[in-house]
Write a protein that binds this ligand. Structure first.
Ligand code: DX5
Ligand code: ZN
Length: 220
């Protein structure tokens, strides 16, 4: 599976969002990762549907919308209509995961489920056939710039083994504390989408930061 780089705009300069998008496009980013937080599921508030609509007009890159909110079902249609290409919902808040994932697919987006660092992967195993992407959180969600939890690498390997044992080839996305120092490790374990906030947008040269991350991940 090809490696994809998904810069997380949570770490971008919101006063210059259009410029920030241009810069990551120049660097060869594959997706734009959009962190939606509600102040309940995570202790932070960020952006919502209007920002996704604005991004949709700014770029042709697929929008990878990560919902860190308590009741994702209420907003799926709005986010897909606004231009989300993939939607991640958190396993911790989905009482009816099959229903939620099926609904995302029905709406025409890729269905993704996210698991926090302390959530057993077994929680999502029986819905794995409905998953286009499994998002393995490598920090407790809420903020950019946190430190990668080292046990995450083993969880990525376990997630890949779980999918393979069921004959599935969903992408595995890692999110939180990803940078050139650990990219090869998580990719070696089976990750195929790298989300990166601080390691791209907190660097002076954003295009080069995207290239550096890809090169580090591929060992080139
Ligand atoms: C964390 C968010 C991440 C975050 C990543 O709660 O889901 O997408 O923005 O930022 P870094 O790469 O700086 O950890
Ligand atoms: Zn995220």
């Amino acid at each position: 599976m090809t490696l994809q780089i998904a810069p997380s705009i949570l770490a971008a300069d919101f006063g210059h969002l259009a410029d920030e998008i241009r810069l990551i496009e120049t660097g060869g980013a594959d997706l734009v990762h959009v962190d939606v937080m509600d102040g309940h599921f995570v202790p932070n508030l960020t952006m919502g549907v209007p920002v996704v609509s604005a991004l949709r007009r700014l770029t042709a890159l697929p929008l990878d919308v990560h919902l860190m909110i308590e009741e994702p079902d209420r907003y799926l249609e709005a986010f897909v209509s606004a231009g989300a290409s993939m939607i991640s919902v958190h396993a911790e808040v989905c009482r009816h995961l099959h229903r939620t994932l099926s609904r995302i697919r029905e709406l025409g987006a890729r269905a993704s489920v996210a698991v926090n660092p302390a959530t057993p992967l077994a929680t999502v195993a029986d819905a794995a056939h409905l998953i286009d992407n499994l998002l393995v959180m490598c920090v407790n969600p809420g903020f950019t710039g946190q430190t990668f939890i080292p046990e995450s690498t083993a969880r990525v390997a376990a997630a890949r083994a779980l999918l393979t044992s069921r004959g599935l080839s969903a992408s595995i996305e890692v999110d939180g504390g990803i940078g050139p120092d650990n990219a090869a490790l998580v990719v070696g374990a089976g990750a195929t989408i790298l989300v990166a906030g601080a390691s791209i947008f907190h660097q002076a040269d954003r295009p080069q930061a995207v290239r550096d991350l890809r090169a580090a991940a591929l060992g080139t």
